[in-house]
Write a protein that binds this ligand. Structure first.
Ligand SMILES: Nc1ncnc2c1ncn2[C@@H]1O[C@H](COP(=O)(O)OP(=O)(O)OP(=O)(O)O)[C@@H](O)[C@H]1O
Length: 345
């Protein structure tokens, strides 16, 4: 389900007027070059400091996840990148330019999926995309094919002439993504793109994002609350709390920071309570899921004694495994306090 190359990619002898250049794909450059450079970004609203000295560099072709509780400042970063907000302090550069000063230039290279709907509910999906094409001044040549191809890529090939108001939430999300991808953006800013998507559509979206970055050289910044998605998809994640970066790096390295987290014991679900009683006093004991008990602090030398206690308590043990730290462990440790907006202030 790779996206077709747009028909307006320039060839030798093409029109190089300002209008043509505005819509011509930017040279994708080489991976490693930075597409986003944020330095000391601060944003104060009357009642809250949404961002407090955020510095961040995003390499071309990478997928970067912004994680953090509700109100941590993720969307505010995206809005600065799109030139929709003016910083209270610090600088933002996208493709080397200030998105406020060069708003049109920058936004023509960005595909932003906001948290709210950007579709006209009275129009069909096809009409919505035609409208977007007009706004972006896309040439008519090959446009209808491209609209059909993008909608088809997102699984709406047989529903493109239905009014968006009749779509399910997941279909609307796909149509919104199609609208974002239509303009062949260099940089994708995706605010919780998996919202409302079913598990299969989520998988397809992840594959699409991976291809967009790894095969097509696009850069992706994605806000998500789905830690498994972030771990699976992102080259780097940035964890925000109260407008500050509290951790950043490769998801596997960050997970490793959470340390090995004891052992996981798989047992008969009916024996869960007996297992909790038999392991009481062995440090942190967590029922992680049906028939899965985690002993966070147990030393390797104590595992045989734990198993003896479980067997003596009549617990049927199926497996014992070391449990590596996860991104979720680190996230939960970093967010042990209340989320902004839920605290007393
Ligand atoms: N236009 C605005 N006016 C006033 N306050 C704002 C505005 N936009 C954002 N905020 C505040 O800034 C803080 C950060 O908001 P932001 O939307 O960036 O959080 P977020 O991390 O994206 O949260 P969520 O996960 O809920 O989407 C919040 O306290 C929010 O209320």
């Amino acid at each position: 389900m790779a996206l077709p190359r747009p028909p307006w990619a320039p060839v030798e002898g093409d029109d190089v007027t300002e209008a043509a250049l505005r819509r011509a794909p930017v040279d994708r450059g080489s991976d490693g070059e930075s597409v986003i450079e944020i330095s000391g970004l601060t944003k104060r609203f009357p009642d809250v400091t949404a961002l407090d000295g955020v510095s961040l560099t995003v390499r071309r072709g990478s997928v970067v996840g912004l994680l953090g509780h509700n109100g941590a400042g993720k969307t505010t970063i995206l809005r600065h990148l799109a030139g929709l907000l003016a910083p209270s302090g610090g600088t933002v550069r996208v493709f080397g330019r200030d998105p406020l000063e060069h708003g049109t230039w920058v936004r023509r290279r960005i595909g932003m999926l906001p948290g709210t709907s950007i579709l006209d509910q009275r129009l069909t999906a096809r009409e919505n995309l035609r409208f977007a094409a007009e706004l972006f001044d896309l040439p008519a040549t090959g446009l209808e094919d491209r609209i059909a191809a993008v909608l088809g890529t997102l699984g709406l090939g047989d529903r493109l002439d239905e009014k968006v108001s009749g779509y399910s939430a997941g279909m609307r999300q796909r149509a919104t993504l199609a609208k974002v991808l239509l303009t062949d953006p260099e940089l994708l800013l995706l605010d919780e793109p998996s919202t409302a998507l079913d598990p299969v559509a989520q998988q397809e979206l992840r594959a699409l994002i991976r291809r967009a970055s790894h095969d097509e050289g696009r850069t992706v910044v994605i806000c998500t609350h789905d830690l498994a998605e972030a771990a699976a998809l992102c080259d780097d994640v940035v964890i925000l709390a109260h407008g500050r970066i509290v951790a950043e790096g490769n998801p596997a390295e960050l997970a490793a920071q959470a340390g090995t987290a004891g052992v996981e014991i798989e047992l008969a679900p009916r024996d869960e309570q007996a297992a909790l009683a038999a392991t009481a006093g062995r440090g942190e004991v967590v029922l992680e899921g049906p028939g899965r008990v985690r002993l966070a602090d147990v030393a390797r030398a104590d595992i045989p004694a734990v198993l003896r206690d479980l067997v003596a308590a009549g617990v049927d043990v199926y497996a014992v495994r070391p449990r590596a730290g996860t991104l979720e462990d680190l996230y939960l440790t970093l967010h042990a306090g209340p989320a902004r907006g839920t605290e007393e202030s």
